[in-house]
Design a protein. Sequence first.
Length: 520
Amino acid sequence: MIGVEGLSLAIHGTPILRKVSFGIAPGEILGLVGESGSGKSMTALALMGLLPPGAVPEGVAALDGENLLAATEARLCALRGNEIGMIFQEPMTALNPVRTIGDQVAETLRVHGAAGKAEARRIARETLDRVGLSKIGMDRYPHELSGGQRQRVCIAAAVALHPRLLIADEPTTALDVTTQAQILDLLKGLVAEQGMALMLITHDLAVVSGMADRVAVMRAGEVVERGETNAVLRRPSHAYTAKLIEASGHQPDRDALAERAAVLSAEAVVRTYPGARQGLTRGPEVRAVDGVSLTLHRGESLGLVGESGCGKSTLTRALLGLEPVQAGRITLNGGPVGPDMPTDRRAAIQVVFQDPFGSFNPRWRVARLVAEPFHLFGARPADWREQVAGMLEAVGLSRSDMEKFPHEFSGGQRQRIAIARALITRPDVLVLDEAVSALDVSIRAQILDLLADLQGRFGLSYLFISHDLSVVRSVTDRVMVMQAGKIVEEGETERVFTAPAHAYTRSLIAAAPRLELISA
């Protein structure tokens, strides 16, 4: 049904895609994999006719023999949503924040003249029900939904007109494991139910191994390998594919943990929020953190896992002293933690966020960004530039990078800058909040190796918050499982993963995708 032959693309003369070729049959799932910058999304945008200004495509991208690259904008508008649908990676930016979800799903039907206003809303309701949102009103706005629910709305809008090809661009990257499993099952079910073709773009080989019939591996704008999924992943013929497979299961070398003193502890911590307003009154208070206790030892890596909304982020803000707690006690190096803690004590606990680019001021050079935490001491030391240069070199960057801006670096390099900034005050505890979840597998492996090396050199303690259970298993000594504000299970990481005692832990582990290959 879809035939791409010799697709090349240049933007303002710079080559982006080089002779890309693949095909997708009705009812088939093709996994398009590769690292950031390999050309996966540009390939999808070429099929959709959504290329940026200055883009010049060549070759053929045919839908039932019709070359989409030669189609007029009017023809492409008729095809988008009707014959070809697309699900984007970030649903919050793909949805209109000031329109209800019902209107946004119905819009596709009305734009293509497939239904009148009343009929479009009826079909929108049926479509939302089919993607698992039967209990969600059509008058809700995107900000009122969870990440998984917003992604389901995007899927509903994309499949409302039963397109023959659905393109899903990293649809589960930011989702927790159970929500990810639900979305992937939903997509697989829609393919089977409607007989449509699915092009699944992802950097997660475990997702591809469980979803795709065939796989195409992209690197630097080229398809370097393609074929039946199990055959390609079991016996890769290209070195790049083998490198991706090896990086997916990478285990960083870490020193064995000796018995050490506690550096961060929490005792029966409770954090509540006022209930939702109901007319002139409020509903019952919400216990986001409900009696949580933990101890992090010097040089230890402690994992914290759980679904979105379980209280991980609230607990993290309390541990960082950014929010008060209503009960319990948090201590760092024996001193109390809270919003009024002295700034010099704040220097002892730092955080690395999921999106380093979003946490940087884009107008600041790297030297100023990395030196920013020095304000905790009241003033930058006289040798601050030397300290910044030394920390950049410690994370694998160079002194010359100090004068560059954040946009001049790759995602992995920006994460290294974020780690350098967190370490510039020589903290005892580093909180890693989904620090590698958005990175490609090979870059993720490099960052995990870097973290293991820094821990050994500086005696750091890590609180590793992640929905990627494979990462947690490979880099932590102990793990805590959080559900509805409570810690439901904790223990040595390998024991929890191999013999989970709580039903919720078992459900998380069962939902996590695995790179499982069938023997010949």
